[in-house]
Unconditional design. Structure first.
Length: 196
């Protein structure tokens, strides 16, 4: 499968002018497949090493806090045998972990609750998130669908059910994703220190 990010040309040019990390990376490393005559992208300014580090630290702390709290909520509701609400909390933990990875590494804010799409976007950076939520076997696909459907169906669907053992497996995978978020932040910190 191919994952594409489509942006308005004017928005992309504005991002370049502002030194947006995603636009800068695309401009410097991506292969141009088509260029319309008359459109000049311009150059992105040199990025200040300290500013992205500070910005990334804020994104990391806020994202990490959300993920940790949603995981705690999932554990509490699982203990109380409120499996549907626990599943919703797990969905939120995974969603916010993936969003945090995208913001920290690419500087991109994505507005979606679709975990499949977020994992595909994260695959532009690395395949670790996809490996945490594999979908090669029928059992893995079923578990991922339970998690994906939890965003709406756990709250509004009459027929949505998830078992305690399924919640435990998904909780463990969400905890692995939390560790991945932490590892990306450590990599970003090491890179910032090496550039000083």
């Amino acid at each position: 499968p191919v994952t594409a990010m489509v942006l308005d040309t004017i928005k992309f040019i504005d991002w370049l002018k502002d030194g947006h990390p995603f636009a800068s990376q695309v401009q410097h490393h991506a292969k141009i497949l088509f260029k319309e005559e008359g459109i000049v992208l311009g150059d992105s300014p040199a990025n200040n090493v300290d500013e992205p580090t500070h910005s990334n630290q804020i994104v990391y702390v806020q994202g990490l806090n959300k993920v940790v709290e949603f995981l705690a909520g999932a554990d509490l509701f699982r203990i109380r045998h409120q499996n549907r609400i626990a599943a919703f909390m797990l969905h939120q933990a995974v969603e916010h972990a993936l969003l945090t990875i995208l913001k920290m590494t690419m500087g991109v804010k994505v507005n979606t609750h679709n975990l499949d799409k977020l994992i595909r976007y994260c695959s532009m950076i690395g395949f670790e998130a996809a490996a945490i939520f594999p979908r090669k076997t029928e059992s893995d696909r079923r578990l991922f669908q339970l998690l994906q459907r939890a965003y709406i169906e756990s709250r509004y669907g009459q027929d949505y059910n998830i078992s305690y053992p399924d919640l435990v497996v998904l909780s463990n995978r969400a905890a692995d994703l939390l560790e991945l978020v932490k590892s990306y932040q450590q990599s970003i910190n090491r890179l910032a220190v090496s550039k000083m």
